[in-house]
Structure formats: C-alpha cells, structure tokens
Design a protein around this ligand. Structure first.
Ligand code: APR
Length: 238
C-alpha cells in the first residue's frame, strides 16, 4: 500500500499495543515467547493476585520496570511523535502500553489506558493520586507506603478493572476522522472495540502490524509489516 494521506480537516486517533515496543526489545503478551507464556495472568495481573500474593505481583512488575528502563524508543514511536508535531491538537494517542517509550520519543497528547509502569498508587484507593516510582523491589518489605499507611501497588489496570480515562477516549474517538491502530492483537476489550466505534462514526481505520489482528475485518486498510520498518515516511500530511 502507498502512503496514508492526512488532510487538513482530519483528526487522528492512534491506538497502540505491545507490538509497537517489540522492536525496542520489550516482549508482547500473546506471542509464544511472550510475557504471558511464563505466567498465569491470574497470578500477577488481577486484584485477587494483589490481595493474595502481592510479592509475586511486585516482582513481576519490578522485572518489567527494569526491562522498560533499559529499552529505547524505536522508529515507530518516533514516527508518531513526528506526526503529532505536525498535527498538534488534531492528534491524540491512546496506548495500552505501560512503558514510557512514547513519551521518551516526544509524544505529548497521550494517555495510558492500562496504567504506567513508572508509577505506583495506594492499594486501598484512598484518593491520593499516583506517584512516580521507578524502583525495583525484590521483597515486599521494600515496597513503600501511601501517606494513608496502606501499601503501594503498581499503577497498572489489572484484568477485571476499568481502564483509565475512558471519557476522554470516547470523546476523542467521536471526533476522529482517521483511526490508526498499531501492534495490538485485538483481543482485550474495550480497546478492541475502538475500531468499531470509529467506523460507526464514519472514520477511516488503518491497522499496522506484521499479522492481521482478531478484529481485522473492521479496518478499511491493513498495512502488513513491522511498525518500526513501515511507519517512518508512511504518513503524508497535506
Ligand atoms: N510491529 C507491530 N506489531 C507487532 C510487532 C511489530 N514489530 N511485533 C508484534 N506485533 C503485533 C503482534 O502481531 C500482535 O498482534 O503486536 C501484537 C501484540 O499483541 P498482544 O501480545 O496481545 O498485546 P496487546 O494487544 O498490546 O495486549 C493488550 O492485554 O495483557 C493485556 O494489558 C495488557 O495492554 C495489554 C493488553
């Protein structure tokens, strides 16, 4: 396929998943050697796991903090930051990723719907906002406490919890005329539904990744390839 043409009247909503960080060396979830391959999701990524075995949950996310800190943005992250620099507030990025590679590439209008690795928050939801926390914990006794006294938890949306900023996401999708989805298997909701919402509003929808996602039939175009290889130079801004 040729370039993706972006007109002066377009508003672009981008959704990214683990695939965009794959070329930075961060494993995806559902690949055969992915993050979930060595773990039971219910042991490390549910509210019940946090209650029953907080040390294991913290060890899992501490390992990911270490990996994330050592990774660098790749050309796909940079291509999105460059696109935002051209489009300004006609661009919005929603990532399912908890790494900070989009920010480090220069993206500004972005939200992390599944939380952020580099933050922690009160495990009792006492109302204090999340705090920056890049520490790597080996034991539960090292994990800090909220000012209310409760133990901190990773600022991660676990399975069964409601994603963050859904109101803002819905408003941005309602206004978008072009949705670009990168590197997500289309298996986790509500993110997998965003393409359907955009289509209902008449937007063009483009998927970028090495294989079609589960919801591929909802896209007007599928660009097959690795994000870091196909995204530089892909967008033509009028
Ligand atoms: N470029 C683009 N896409 C790629 C690349 C690449 N270089 N390499 C792999 N992919 C694609 C795969 O083809 C797959 O479709 O990335 C996708 C990764 O899918 P998943 O592992 O399911 O990750 P994701 O869709 O982000 O998972 C969604 O599930 O476990 C939860 O909360 C977690 O945010 C995560 C959510």
């Amino acid at each position: 396929m040729g370039k993706i043409n972006i007109k002066a009247s377009d508003r672009v909503f981008v959704l990214t998943g683990a695939g965009i960080s794959a070329e930075s060396g961060l494993p995806t979830f559902r690949a055969s050697d992915g993050l979930w391959a060595g773990h039971h999701v219910e042991d490390v990524c549910t509210p019940e796991a946090l209650e029953q075995n907080p040390e294991l949950v913290w060890q899992f996310y501490s390992e990911r903090r270490e990996q994330g800190a050592n990774a660098k943005p790749n050309p796909a992250h940079l291509a999105l930051a460059e696109l935002e620099a051209k489009l300004g507030d006609r661009f919005f990025l929603c990532t399912q990723n908890v790494d900070d590679l989009h920010e480090r590439a220069g993206s500004k209008r972005l939200i992390h719907m599944h939380g952020e690795l580099a933050k922690s928050r009160c495990s009792e939801e006492c109302g204090q906002p999340p705090i920056e926390d890049r520490r790597v914990y080996k034991n539960l006794s090292e994990v800090g406490r909220c000012s209310c006294g409760a133990r901190l938890r990773p600022h991660i949306v676990f399975f069964g919890e409601i994603p963050l900023d859904m109101g803002m996401i819905q408003r941005e999708i309602d206004q978008a005329t072009l949705m670009i989805v990168v590197g997500t298997s289309g298996s986790v909701y509500p993110a997998a539904n965003f393409v359907h919402w955009a289509r209902q509003n008449g937007a063009r929808t483009v998927y970028i990744g090495p294989e079609p996602p589960l919801n591929a039939s909802a896209f007007t175009n599928v660009v097959e390839g690795k994000a870091g290889e196909v995204m530089p130079g892909l967008f033509e801004v009028e």
